[in-house]
Design a protein around this ligand. Structure first.
Ligand code: GDP
Ligand code: ZN
Length: 356
């Protein structure tokens, strides 16, 4: 396979050239396993280690390789594959802890994220919105997959889709079923070669079934191929990056599958709470009321009278805080973009110099 088949493109080539790394050293991380990383390149797949002090050039704070990273490998001649450099990432998908304090990187260089929602339960649009925000903040294109279509009628499905379209007009929606014959044809049609996808969504929506049906017979267990492992303890790793028959690339690992939203806010009834709150908040004296104790706050009145449940109100506040947190990360990202923009300019300037 060529590097392009693993998703290599001009974006990464630019950095490789700038850093003067040999093309032959480029590989993509297919799994992470304690201190061992499996990587795949044109010559095959290797189990590799990282150097003590990894030369990290990305603007991101996440210092270790994650699945989907493009890395430069050295020590192949000595049968000692070592990751020397992680190329700057196009993006990284982070999973925030429940408190939102720290975040764990679960995948890098993803072109689109399939947000899976099951049609068997009353999913809610607010939760979908929060998935959309999280994914978009990571600079990944969100695509909605409405799964388990086999459980509802065509008419019901069309109704649901039109409701979603009303609220998210630009969102691409793919109906699918992980268990019926041909139920994944829409997904398969959408997936392009050399493009990297991941699947996220709450537990039970059918991610595993969909992924298994896409990946097909490929055995999930891989034995890393390099001699290095044969010398040391033999490691068998669960591969997290798969190249499908149609050339699409899928990242799937336990972290990805658990990627969800924190705390009670994932409850199915949140939609109801927010609808009610929105209604009540309309009656606040000031349109920009923060419901934090201002004069004429209808929310406060509703809390006092018991019309509004205190616990539910707390959930609302929590959501607001999370939204704020997301917005902040967006700003941070923007700053990083600026830095990367400067980096690109330097590359261009050097190119010009070299040509003249
Ligand atoms: P995950 O937790 O998101 O990985 O979901 P799973 O793939 O494990 O599926 C959860 C449950 O939903 C299992 O019992 C599946 O058999 C069922 N399921 C998955 N996909 C479908 C589907 O398209 N239609 C129906 N009716 N059930 C499905
Ligand atoms: Zn108010």
């Amino acid at each position: 396979m060529r590097l392009e088949d693993f998703g290599y493109n001009a974006f990464f080539e630019e950095s490789r050239a700038f850093l003067k790394l040999p093309v032959s050293s480029m590989t993509r991380v297919t799994s992470c396993h304690k201190d061992t990383y499996t990587v795949a390149g044109e010559q095959g797949e290797y189990a590799s280690k990282i150097t003590g002090k990894i030369f990290y050039t990305s603007m991101e704070k996440e210092n270790f390789p994650v699945v989907g990273d493009w890395v430069s490998l050295s020590g192949l001649e000595e049968n000692h594959p070592t990751i020397k450099v992680i190329l700057p990432r196009k993006n990284i998908l982070l999973r925030r802890s429940a408190g939102g304090a720290d975040s764990q990187p679960i995948g890098a260089n993803i072109d689109a994220a399939f947000i899976i929602q099951g049609l068997d339960r009353d999913y809610n649009l607010n939760r979908l919105e929060r998935y959309l925000t999280a994914v978009t903040n990571c600079k990944i294109r969100p695509v909605l997959v409405l799964n388990k279509t086999d459980l509802i009628s065509g008419e019901e499905l069309r109704e649901k889709i039109s409701l979603i379209k009303k609220r998210f007009p630009r969102l691409h929606i793919i109906p699918s079923s992980g268990i019926t014959d041909g139920g994944t044809s829409g997904l398969k049609k959408f997936i392009r070669k050399k493009t990297t996808y991941c699947f996220i969504g709450s537990s039970g929506v059918g991610k595993s079934s969909l992924i298994n049906s896409l990946i097909g017979k490929e055995t999930l267990e891989i034995g890393a191929l390099s001699d290095y492992t044969k010398k040391g303890t033999h490691t068998t790793c669960l591969r997290s990056l798969h190249v499908l028959d149609n050339g699409g690339i899928v990242i799937d690992n336990p972290g990805m599958r658990e990627f969800g939203m924190s705390g009670d806010l994932t409850e199915d009834d949140t939609g109801e709470i927010f609808k009610k709150l929105e209604e009540i908040a309309l009656k606040c004296k000031y349109s920009n009321c923060s419901h934090g104790g201002e004069v004429g706050c209808a929310v406060k009145d509703a809390l006092d009278s018991g019309e509004l449940d205190n616990k539910k109100y707390l959930s609302y506040i929590k959501l607001q805080k999370e939204m704020q947190h997301n917005t902040m990360s967006k700003l941070e990202k923007r700053n990083k973009d600026k830095k990367f923009g400067k980096f690109c300019k330097t590359v261009m300037a050097r190119r010009k110099k070299a040509q003249s």
